[in-house]
Design a protein around this ligand. Structure first.
Ligand code: C5P
Length: 222
């Protein structure tokens, strides 16, 4: 069977990575979480006390940072220069700074280069903000996931509580809306649905529903 590239984009906490992981596993495709790459860089920048607004300093950090996405039973392990940063990159300190780091042209240029290299071998499911529009414009399937801010904040809130993390629903709502605004309004490769992407509103859908819909779309393209 032919192997295809699947691009999954959408706003923060729309369920992209959950769905992408399941699909990649099902089809034995590689899964590339591009958000994790921007998060790993943000973590590196924050630990080095570099000014996140300073493009050349942030790009300089990226040139010293190797990011590895290792498939694992529970999705994936993220390594930053061999350090396991899988959990720390989800902390709010990173989440609330990542969009500033991801805004820099030099950062995006290098990240896109690395992402394309990772996608060269066989079937791939890649999730992010600019996959359908910039990273993999030739992807056979492009999906754009949407959900209301309330629904997305609720999902993230429940996820936090189930992991035993402290969580404030109203705060999450503000953070998600703010991140979407920064990601949509940035100059380079903003969060945007590609013209040929298929939009799925997941507000009232379960994870299984979304997975089934995308599987159908994949099957049509194999
Ligand atoms: O997907 P996730 O929420 O982990 O992404 C974290 C952040 O990384 C996004 O809010 C965005 O600023 C940045 N990002 C990006 N382009 C991508 C993926 C993520 O700018 N392709």
């Amino acid at each position: 069977k032919q192997q295809i590239s699947v691009a999954i984009d959408g706003p923060a906490a729309a369920g992209k990575s959950t769905v992408a992981k399941i699909l990649a596993e099902y089809y034995s495709y590689i899964y590339i979480d591009t958000g994790a790459m921007y998060r790993a860089l943000t973590y590196a920048v924050l630990t080095k006390q570099v000014d996140i607004e300073n493009e050349s300093e942030v790009a300089e950090v990226l040139s010293t940072v190797e990011i590895d996405l290792i498939p694992a039973e529970q999705g994936q392990i993220v390594l930053m220069n061999e350090e396991n940063v899988t959990d720390v990159i989800r902390m709010s300190k990173v989440t609330n700074n990542v969009s500033i780091v991801a805004r820099h042209a030099l950062v995006r240029e290098e990240m896109v280069k690395r992402q394309r290299e990772l996608a060269t071998s066989g079937g791939v499911v890649m999730d992010g903000r600019d996959i359908g529009t910039h990273v993999l414009p030739q992807a056979e399937l492009k999906v754009f996931l949407r959900a209301s801010v309330d629904e997305r904040a609720k999902r993230r809130h429940d996820e936090n509580l189930s992991k035993g993390y402290l969580s404030d629903f109203e705060q999450l709502k503000l953070e998600i809306a703010n991140r979407d605004k920064l990601d949509s309004e940035r100059e380079i490769a903003p969060l945007r649905k590609a013209n040929d992407a298929i939009e799925i509103d997941t507000t009232s859908l379960s994870i299984e529903d979304v997975v089934e819909k995308i599987k159908q779309l994949i099957e049509e393209r194999l």
